[in-house]
Design a binder for this molecule. Structure first.
Ligand SMILES: Nc1nc2c(c(=O)[nH]1)N[C@@H](CN(C=O)c1ccc(C(=O)N[C@@H](CCC(=O)O)C(=O)O)cc1)CN2
Length: 291
């Protein structure tokens, strides 16, 4: 068996073309959605993700405003930049790229974001709405990677209702909110959320219909962990060197041998990453529609 590809580039391209039409309608009404990004430091991966976010915005007609601070920026500098973005009328939604350099409290920064401008759905108010079950189409933004994973599965006809999903990783941007999203009414999956202190992760993965690996350990998930026919979503990414042309060499959390056992497999790169970015643009468009 060779797994079907959960093609994130193709799904993201469809989402962006749908968003383009909604942006045109907004512009006709005089509403111009604008994404702000705040990047602190010079981590090459974060730089590349932020650049991708601005490219996506340009593709769909969303304006984008970029604020970059040096790695030496203080807590006060970062909080001042957040205050400026909260006040900027041309910024209808924005993100603070994570991780922040050591010494800056991410929770404090996320809490300082105006929840109505939180394009990442990571402000405590919006995470709280996710718990309450009120996040959705015209209410509040969902975290981009979890929403992108659900959308990638949906667009490839992978059923979630009644299925057992094992998630590896409990981080703020993926594992923890994904567990909440998958168990919401209307999605109706049963979730096992595993992490570094789970005694036997392989055993939890073996009984899953759908596996989401978001831990950042190259090729952690091997074919012998996978129930035949399961859908496998590879989120984690580790830079494992550079190619001869100087490009970063990336490795996902899933061993390529998994393709021989799984029913579906997302490539990495080219799977969840582009979906994360497309769902970010979707959050910005939705917030402009709400406004
Ligand atoms: N504020 C946030 N910070 C971070 C988030 C987030 O959702 N909000 N998630 C991750 C990183 N991330 C988003 O910012 C992200 C990861 C990957 C990609 C992506 O497009 N990946 C490409 C490969 C790109 C490359 O070559 O480096 C792919 O998978 O095809 C976009 C966004 C942590 N921080």
């Amino acid at each position: 068996m060779t797994a079907l590809t959960l093609d994130g580039l193709a799904a993201a391209a469809s989402i962006k073309s749908e968003l383009r039409e909604r942006v045109d309608v907004l512009r006709e009404r005089g509403v111009v959605p604008g994404l702000g990004t705040l990047l602190v430091g010079d981590d090459p991966a974060s730089r590349s993700y932020v650049a991708g976010k601005h490219r996506d915005c340009a593709e769909v007609g969303v304006e984008s405003i970029r604020v970059d601070l040096p790695a030496t920026a203080s807590r006060a500098d970062v909080l001042a930049a957040v205050r400026d973005l909260n006040a900027a009328p041309e910024v209808t939604g924005y993100i603070v790229q994570l991780p922040l350099p050591g010494g800056i409290d991410e929770n404090e920064v996320l809490e300082a974001i105006d929840p109505d401008k939180d394009a990442d759905g990571l402000h405590p108010t919006n995470l709280g709405r996710l718990v309450l079950g009120v996040a959705g189409e015209l209410t509040s933004p969902l975290p981009c990677t979890p929403a992108g994973i659900v959308e990638l599965l949906r667009r490839n006809d992978v059923t979630l209702a009644g299925k057992h999903v094992t998630v590896i990783g409990r981080g703020l941007t993926v594992g923890r909110p994904l567990g909440l999203l998958l168990t919401r009414k209307g999605i109706d999956a049963t979730v096992t959320l595993t992490h570094s202190r789970t005694p036997d992760i392989a055993a939890e993965v073996r009984r899953a219909d759908i596996v989401v690996a978001a831990v950042g350990v190259p090729h952690l998930v091997t074919a012998d962990w996978i129930k035949p026919g399961a859908a496998v979503v590879d989120v984690g990414v580790t830079r494992v060197g550079t190619t001869e042309s100087g490009k970063a060499k990336l490795s996902g959390d899933v061993d390529p041998g998994v393709a021989e056992v799984a029913g579906w497999l997302s490539p990495n790169p080219g799977g969840v990453g582009p979906m994360t970015r497309a769902l970010l643009v979707s959050n910005v468009v939705q917030s402009a529609e709400r406004a």
